[in-house]
Design a protein around this ligand. Structure first.
Ligand SMILES: [Zn+2]
Ligand SMILES: [Zn+2]
Length: 260
């Protein structure tokens, strides 16, 4: 039996055993754990378990690293945001029919590899475009201080800082750009869950402060935290189109200096 058939058999067994709403909320909890909480905890532990390796791979200097107290505060708010979004998801499922229905398309047939890859790249592009404009709007001088300033508290970010954000930002910039495009497309719930897992890890890696295991490099978003008005997107495409991939893009002619 090939991998697709094995996965199909497992999926058929799951959907004939459990209620759709239960499958969706359990999948959400697993995605948050596997995609974000465990990887973010591992990134944090590197500092404790392998201090020399950690120092060699930190993007910003040791002098600029947050204190233990700041890191604990960051973890607390980040986990709070995760709990709130999972609780909201659970409440929506309960309201929709006491877990007898799923909000996503959890159809009996798992997506083919071609559909899965197509969904992935569609979601990657849709997320880049939507996140870029939401993020740039959050940097508007009239809005910045009320919402996005909180996320920029960590000039030298750590993995958990990915979800250290005002609740409005968490929903508008973190949750919706990675879930809504595939949901509106009617993609299979498994495609959505897989993409969210990838994006959560990507966010943790982007904020990890480390220069390894990341494409595009974590230095791009790290520089956004250090300099604020550069690299608003996630994969570099929208910044390239708008010219915001260059530190100093908003300064007068002749005063522009490159990021690297
Ligand atoms: Zn950030
Ligand atoms: Zn920002």
């Amino acid at each position: 039996m090939d991998l697709h058939s094995q996965l199909q058999t497992t999926w058929t067994s799951i959907i004939t055993t459990y209620r759709p709403g239960v499958i969706e909320i359990v999948a959400d909890i697993l995605v948050q754990l596997v995609g974000f909480i465990i990887p973010a905890a591992i990134y944090m532990l590197i500092d404790v378990a392998f201090p020399k390796f950690s120092q060699r791979h930190k993007i910003q200097s040791p002098r600029r690293q947050p204190t233990r107290q700041q890191i604990l505060h960051c973890i607390k708010i980040s986990l709070f945001n995760h709990t709130i979004s999972m609780a909201m998801h659970g409440a929506m499922l309960y309201t929709a029919g006491g877990f007898d229905h799923s909000l996503m398309n959890f159809g009996p047939d798992i997506p083919s590899l071609t559909t899965f890859i197509g969904d992935f790249f569609f979601a990657l592009l849709a997320r880049e475009i939507s996140f870029y404009y939401v993020h740039r709007a959050l940097h508007h001088p009239r809005i910045y201080a009320y919402i996005h300033k909180m996320h920029h508290k960590y000039i030298t970010p750590v993995a958990f800082a990915a979800e250290y954000a005002h609740p409005i930002e968490h929903i508008l910039a973190n949750v919706l750009p990675i879930t809504l495009p595939l949901y509106l497309k009617g993609a299979h719930g498994l495609s959505i869950m897989a993409f969210v897992t990838f994006e959560l890890w990507e966010a943790a890696a982007d904020h990890s402060g480390y220069d390894f295991l990341k494409l595009p490099p974590a230095e791009l978003h790290d520089l956004h935290h250090e300099k604020f008005r550069v690299n608003y997107g996630t994969i570099g495409l929208m910044d390239w189109i708008h010219g915001t991939d260059t530190y100093g893009w908003d300064r007068k002619e002749g005063k522009v200096d490159k990021a690297k």
